[in-house]
Structure formats: structure tokens, C-alpha cells
Design a binder for this molecule. Structure first.
Ligand SMILES: [Fe+2]
Length: 284
């Protein structure tokens, strides 16, 4: 049994000490985009409000499915670590496209450098997937984060990683564990525009159809969503969550997190949304 909070796309921003030359690449467009839009759309204090809920929710763990940062800058990752250290339960994180925003950040594995403590687990020859076991539950961290050209927010898992994912899910399933797969981009059709999509989602779907999983969690589209992928024993639920720092007050797009209770006999999900004053469960 594992009780955890799922949030995503917190986009924590800190530009302290960043010199102008660093914007002479894709960050130029990203920085402009941020200046024009991000500040209006995100409120970092909503992440702090979420963290304040952790103890009352009696969580075992806190899960963030990518886009921790905006520009994959050292200063942003340092801010993430500072905030994460205030969370009173252990964390699991995976990267999003903003966490490998430039080829330099991807090549130097900046995300992995800072986030390694939150991604410890079993591996099969590559950084991803990684598997964290908690009694009868396994969190399976996949990376869909790749550096892309400007105005391209696509993701890709790659054939090698998907091969490992298939073998790992098969083995965990044979052990009878509840398998919760974490991936930043929605691995289903219909949620993302072409320049925002997981390009190898068909191959991802083939892995799930063959090996199975009990639950798939993602972020990226900043909206609460529920879909499914065919599995060997029936549909596998695929849940997306809105940005954890969204200022929007539109239904499904306000800052939100989910709390899951997962065991080998099933799971429950409770959604909490920011109502302008506090995070509240619409079902409460
Ligand atoms: Fe994203």
C-alpha cells in the first residue's frame, strides 16, 4: 500500500545570477515566452500551499511528473531542491521537456545531477526507467524529456527505454505488484497538439498492451484528464493532472494535485483543486 500525492508542471522560476549570454539559444524564445506569459499563468506560492497540506494528508510520498523548471537552469534546479527539502515525506520525480530545455542541459544531465536523490531505484542498464518498490506497489519512472527546437515541446521515450520498460513491467507484474508508471507527456492520442505530443506514444501503448500496468500518471498539458490504454487484462487508467502552480481558475485548469491510495487490490484517487483560498476536494 502506498499513499502519495501527484503533482506536475510546477515550473519553479529563479533567474538570479543568470547572465545574458545564456539566452543566446533556445532560451531566448523561452525567456520571452516566460516574460510574456508564464508569470501570468503560474504562481509559485501555490506550490508552498500544497506542501503545507502534506502532513494533514498523512502521505507516504510526494510525486512530481516533470517540468519542475522553465529553462533547465542551475538556479532553477537549486530552487527545486530547496523547496523539496521542506517536504516532510520522500519525493519521487521524473523530468519533463522544460527540464531538458537546451541541448547543453540534456548533454550534461543537469536534471539527473540535481534530482538523483529522488530517482533512486532499480535500473536495467539505463537511467530510465527506474523502479521504486513499496511493499506491493512499484513506481516506475520513465523519461520522455528530450531537448527540442524552439516552439517544439514534443517528447520521446526511445526504443531502448521502451524495451527496458516492457521487461521491467512484465517482471513486476509476475511478482504481483501494482505498477504505477510515471511519464511527463500524455501517452495517449487526443490530448496534445502535434508539436506538444509524445511522438512514440504508439510504441509506448504497445508496451502497455503487452506487459500491462495498473495506473499511468502524467502531466504536461496543464489540465486534469482521464483516459485509458488497452492492457492485457482490460483498460489501464491514464490520469493527467493540471499544473501545481496554475493561476487559472477555469475548471480542470486550476492548480491541483491528486492523492492516490494504491495497493495490489486497486487504487483510489482524490482530486484537490485550488479554489482561490485553499486546496479543496470537489467531492468533499
Ligand atoms: Fe511539459
Amino acid at each position: 500500500m502506498l499513499r502519495f500525492l501527484h503533482t506536475s508542471d510546477i515550473h519553479l522560476l529563479r533567474l538570479d545570477g543568470v547572465t545574458p549570454w545564456r539566452y543566446l539559444n533556445k532560451r531566448l524564445t523561452g525567456r520571452l515566452n516566460l516574460a510574456l506569459h508564464r508569470g501570468k499563468k503560474q504562481d509559485q506560492s501555490l506550490f508552498d500551499r500544497m506542501v503545507e497540506q502534506v502532513e494533514a494528508l498523512a502521505l507516504d510520498r510526494f510525486v512530481v511528473t516533470g517540468d519542475l523548471t522553465n529553462l533547465a537552469l542551475e538556479s532553477e534546479f537549486e530552487l527545486c531542491v530547496e523547496k523539496f527539502e521542506t517536504i516532510p515525506v520522500p519525493l519521487t520525480v521524473i523530468p519533463g521537456n522544460h527540464d531538458t530545455y537546451t541541448r547543453g542541459s540534456e548533454r550534461t544531465q543537469r536534471f539527473e545531477h540535481y534530482m538523483a536523490p529522488y530517482m533512486q531505484g532499480e535500473r536495467e542498464g539505463g537511467d530510465y526507467p527506474f523502479v521504486q518498490r513499496f511493499d506491493d506497489v512499484a513506481l516506475v519512472g520513465v523519461s520522455s524529456a528530450v531537448a527540442t527546437p524552439p516552439f517544439d515541446a514534443t517528447g520521446q521515450c526511445g526504443a531502448a527505454q521502451l524495451g527496458r520498460l516492457r521487461r521491467m513491467l512484465t517482471a513486476l507484474g509476475e511478482e504481483g505488484l501494482a505498477r504505477v508508471v510515471l511519464v511527463h507527456h500524455p501517452p495517449v492520442d487526443g490530448l496534445s497538439k502535434p508539436n506538444h505530443a509524445l511522438t512514440d506514444r504508439a510504441a509506448f501503448g504497445e508496451v502497455i498492451a503487452a506487459a500491462g500496468a495498473e495506473l499511468i500518471l502524467h502531466g504536461h498539458e496543464h489540465v486534469n484528464s482521464e483516459a485509458s490504454l488497452p492492457g492485457p487484462d482490460g483498460p489501464v487508467p491514464v490520469h493527467g493532472i493540471a499544473s501545481g502552480t496554475s493561476r487559472l481558475q477555469k475548471p480542470g485548469r486550476a492548480a491541483a494535485f491528486s492523492v492516490y491510495d494504491v495497493s495490489s487490490s486497486g487504487f483510489t484517487r482524490e482530486l484537490y483543486e485550488w479554489n482561490g483560498t485553499r486546496y479543496a476536494s470537489p467531492n468533499a
